[in-house]
Design a protein around this ligand. Structure first.
Ligand SMILES: [Zn+2]
Ligand SMILES: [Zn+2]
Ligand SMILES: [Zn+2]
Ligand SMILES: [Zn+2]
Ligand SMILES: [Zn+2]
Length: 335
């Protein structure tokens, strides 16, 4: 047997040759008696150096070599396989596991969309301040780490605004709402939502008979008001037309569609730009949400419809409120 020679390289030609020459016998030996089988070059080498032979170790080394680099999908740079963020452009290229449910998530996500937990121990979820992770209250905004209960609807919240009813829960959040109320775009938004709500509550004419009945009612109204005025001594009173003019169904729908167009344009203007802080992005989006119209939040991360940015893993990528139609759309995080 040519089994005992000294190998000076990691895998030398002699070893390789030896390996291939004995491959057949090797396989036969393994089948016949596993303890007597011929060793592979690496095993032989390790034995000669007095190292323990562990096949899985060798295989792992090979796998690591194969998966050593990872191409960044954002800039194309080659990165080490273990890198979570691209060394060249800083984009997330690895996958982290949610500490609560183990789901795969981006390393820069602070909220798990699978189990609905806030996961960053070292960042305050309310204000974005850096924490050591052991505080019971954030030293920056004073909020309890365990969650804030909404005084309006009693929902437990991880963020500065109530995910259910939108109430501002921290001092910073309340100040942000006040600041936004001074923004002319926001004021226009609130006015337009009010006008839209009026249209939603308006009753359209259903038939020709409705129109005739309405005209008769108006005539009657005019007559009564004239008589009342004459009783009070006004000879020729001026009777103003009734305040709400009824429209046909088509006219009403057309007006509603027009309001939706205006609303969408304002919401586009108030869209949340990409920012460094998820907390700041979430708070800005929540503060700019108007009441009185059904909305969903569309994120730039997955272009998913969320009931609010409180349900999004990466609001820092930006997003905007959109008006939900009658069908409602498919909201991702509605529970
Ligand atoms: Zn990159
Ligand atoms: Zn999770
Ligand atoms: Zn804080
Ligand atoms: Zn609430
Ligand atoms: Zn999202």
């Amino acid at each position: 047997m040519r089994r005992f020679f000294v190998c000076f390289k990691k895998i030398c030609y002699l070893c390789i040759n030896y390996y291939y020459a004995n491959r057949m016998t090797n396989e036969m030996n393994t089948k016949a008696d596993p303890t007597q089988r011929t060793m592979r070059p690496q095993e032989l080498h390790r034995e000669q150096q007095g190292l323990p032979n562990d096949n899985s170790d060798v295989m792992m080394q090979q796998q690591t070599l194969q998966a050593k680099s990872k191409t960044c999908p954002f800039c194309g740079a080659e990165n080490d396989a273990e890198y979570m963020f691209c060394a060249q452009c800083g984009q997330p290229i690895g996958k982290a596991a949610c500490p609560h449910c183990g789901a795969d998530m981006d390393p820069d996500a602070d909220f798990c969309e699978i189990c609905h937990h806030y996961i960053k121990k070292d960042v305050c979820s309310y204000c974005g301040a850096a924490l050591t992770g052991n505080e019971a209250y954030c030293p920056e905004c004073g909020s309890p780490r365990g969650g804030l209960v909404c005084p309006t609807c009693h929902t437990l919240n991880d963020f500065a605004f109530c995910k259910k009813c939108g109430t501002a829960l921290t001092e910073e959040a309340k100040a942000l709402v006040k600041e936004l109320q001074l923004n002319p775009d926001y004021q226009e938004l609130v006015d337009t939502v009010q006008e839209y709500s009026k249209l939603e509550n308006a009753l359209p004419y259903n038939s020709e008979r409705d129109i005739i009945r309405e005209q008769k009612n108006n005539k009657l109204r005019e007559r009564i008001l004239t008589l009342l005025a004459q009783d009070e001594g006004i000879e020729k009173p001026v009777i103003s037309a009734p305040e709400q003019k009824r429209m046909t169904k088509d006219e009403l729908e057309e007006k509603k569609a027009e309001k939706i167009r205006v609303l969408s344009a304002i919401l586009d203007k108030l869209a949340v730009p990409p920012s460094a802080s998820p907390a700041k992005a979430r708070n800005y989006a929540m503060a700019s949400k108007p009441v009185g119209v059904r909305l969903a939040w569309v994120c730039n991360f997955k272009h998913a419809l969320h009931s609010s940015p409180c349900g999004c893993a990466k609001p820092q990528m930006g997003g905007k409120w959109v008006i939900l139609g009658k069908t409602g759309g498919d909201i991702k995080d509605d529970k």
